[in-house]
Design a protein around this ligand. Structure first.
Ligand code: DAH
Length: 342
């Protein structure tokens, strides 16, 4: 019969209860990891722990009482495990009590990795710096432009292929007859500046431009240009060439030669392609010329009284030249292994 005082089951349950309360007492008073470990060995030790001993006593319980005895044993075992765990975490878990004393404050701290500016941004700032020393003020213009500033005031007629919808990112707006577009060149800023100021002027404008080109090693649908404009009495092509050569020599280092090849742009007359020689190679960097009288008239200047030059260079081109990058797509992949090199 079970459940009679003094039966094997009662003795077994009483022993379990004693074990649980002893474990609770021992762990409540444990103040370091050693004490917790000692309690673990005493109560839950695999070979001679008290739980193990009680488990052995399970064999002497009559079969009818075994399920109840087994359940109580499992409950007690779980309770002891929970007590051990909470004592460990109270003490900071494994070595926590000591570690506060073992931090070596004389060791150097962990370096915080600092990023740096993107090579295109660095290039833009360097160009602004160099041109600033030549007296050119840096100005900005909007990236969403109208037909007037992107084309008309620059004497680019409605039939000109540069206005082809396939060559521009026109925006779908209600202004069907005069749609806005993502500017295809920074020459827009020449117009904006001349419209709002009187000569003399020396400005540079660096920013993004957009053309629906297929991306390859030298093209990308978004890229950056440097636009330069100087309007002063007596300006000639010689001034233009000197400014470009001074700029290129400062930017690329050494004495960079600049070559002009005859060309055509609607907004300059005469117009030239600008090549720069560096490391034994000529590389095309952009276009330039004397500001066309039609442009001067469009902004309200007197073409008979005012002269100026303008130039436009590709920022990616001059950056690629300087850093030896042979595929401009690398600038936009955001791969830190590439970007870290600059
Ligand atoms: N806007 C021209 C382009 O994107 C580049 C250019 C050529 C700019 C001649 C100028 C210039 O200011 O005078 O191809």
């Amino acid at each position: 019969m079970s459940n009679v005082a003094g039966s094997p089951l009662d003795t077994f349950l009483a022993e379990l209860e004693r074990l649980r309360s002893d474990a609770a007492t021992a762990l409540a008073s444990a103040t370091d990891d050693d004490a917790v470990e000692a309690a673990r060995i005493e109560f839950a030790g695999a070979r001679s722990g008290r739980l193990k001993a009680v488990q052995k006593a399970l064999g002497g319980i009559p079969a009818a009482d075994k399920p109840a005895a087994g359940r109580s044993f499992n409950d007690t075992k779980a309770a002891v495990a929970a007590l051990l765990e909470s004592a460990q975490s109270r003490l900071g878990g494994g070595g926590g009590a000591e570690s506060a004393d073992t931090i070596d404050v004389t060791l150097p701290g962990d370096a915080i990795p600092l990023g740096h500016l993107h090579p295109i941004t660095q290039t833009i700032r360097q160009v602004q710096e160099i041109m600033g020393q030549l007296g050119f003020e840096s100005v900005d213009g909007p990236e969403v432009e109208d037909q007037w500033h992107n084309f008309e005031a620059l004497a680019i007629s409605p039939e000109h292929p540069a206005r082809d919808p396939l060559d521009n990112f026109y925006l779908a707006t209600a202004r069907a007859a005069d749609p806005l577009l993502l500017r295809s060149q920074t020459s827009t800023v020449q117009i904006r500046v001349m419209e709002s100021r009187e000569p003399p002027l020396r400005i540079v404008s660096l920013g993004r431009v957009y053309r629906p080109d297929t991306a390859d090693a030298t093209h990308y649908p978004m890229f950056h240009q440097v636009e330069g404009l100087l309007v002063e009495p007596g300006t000639t092509m010689a001034h233009l060439k000197s400014v470009l050569r001074l700029f290129a020599s400062r930017f690329l280092g050494g004495d960079v030669h600049v070559r002009f090849r005859p060309s055509f742009f609607p907004f300059t007359e005469p117009s030239v392609e600008v090549d720069m020689e560096w490391g034994g190679r000529w590389v095309e960097m952009g276009g330039a010329g004397m500001v066309d009288p039609a442009v001067l008239a469009a902004v309200g200047y007197d073409p008979d009284a005012v002269t100026g030059f303008a130039f436009g260079l590709g920022v990616e081109r001059i950056a690629a030249r300087r850093y030896g990058v042979d595929d401009i797509r690398d600038f936009y992949k955001n791969d830190v292994r590439f970007l870290r090199q600059f």
